[in-house]
Design a protein around this ligand. Structure first.
Ligand code: FE2
Length: 222
């Protein structure tokens, strides 16, 4: 019975995702390459490789990560705006308190033992990916600088230039005073700030969903 319910939920999710993707394709402008941004000092040294894209549950635990549940989905495109199949997409981020799972992180905030902090996946034939995670907390980068909530992303695929970038949340006031965001030109800035809204039927009730599309540059041939 439980199997049937989860299969139904999966089918609902897949149908809802297809409808959302069609909408995203119709509204693409696709004239801006996704800007490279620093990977920061907290790229995880130890990663549990696997294709589990749900960061809100750690294997073997019945407890959930703290924070607002979100889905981050989107497509990876090549320089001609064609979907890239089989691109490796990694994300890493702070937990809801703003703490990274890194010994280099000096933030005194508490780690969330029920959060996964890093995950990877591969794009499907339509260039699509999706992660279930939580909205990360802001954190201090210097005495006069708080980083806005953001998710680090690395994308790689043979034939395209590897991209390391960061994704932000539309409407967060810290976006307007963040040195890294403000360093981007306006079109690039718009391309990495994502508008989240309530997830459609079939996804976790109360969750939010946003679409982050990434366009990769082609590797130059000599
Ligand atoms: Fe960061």
């Amino acid at each position: 019975m439980q199997g049937q319910a989860s299969r139904r939920n999966f089918l609902l999710s897949a149908g809802a995702l297809a409808a959302l993707s069609a909408k995203a394709i119709a509204s693409d402008s696709c004239d801006v390459f996704t800007p490279a941004q620093t990977s920061g000092p907290f790229y995880p040294g130890e990663r549990a490789f696997g294709l589990d894209t749900d960061l809100t549950v750690v294997n073997g635990s019945s407890r959930r990560a703290l924070g607002q549940v979100i889905y981050v989905k989107g497509r990876v495109l090549d320089a001609q705006c064609r979907p890239i199949e089989g691109a490796n997409v990694e994300i890493w981020q702070a937990c809801a308190s703003g703490k990274y799972n890194s010994p280099k992180d000096p933030n005194p905030a508490k780690l969330d033992p029920n959060f996964k902090y890093w995950a990877e996946t591969f794009t499907n034939k339509d260039g699509e990916y999706m992660f279930k995670t939580i909205r990360p907390g802001a954190y201090p980068a210097a005495s006069d600088w708080d980083r806005p909530p953001h998710i680090h992303v690395k994308v790689s695929k043979l034939g395209s230039k590897e991209l390391t970038t960061q994704m932000y949340f539309k409407g967060d006031p810290l976006n307007d005073v963040d040195f890294i965001i403000q360093d981007l030109d306006p079109a690039e800035r718009d391309s990495v700030i994502v508008d989240f809204s309530p997830s459609p039927v079939g996804f976790e009730p109360g969750s939010l969903m946003g679409s982050f599309e990434m366009k990769l540059q082609q590797v130059r041939r000599s």
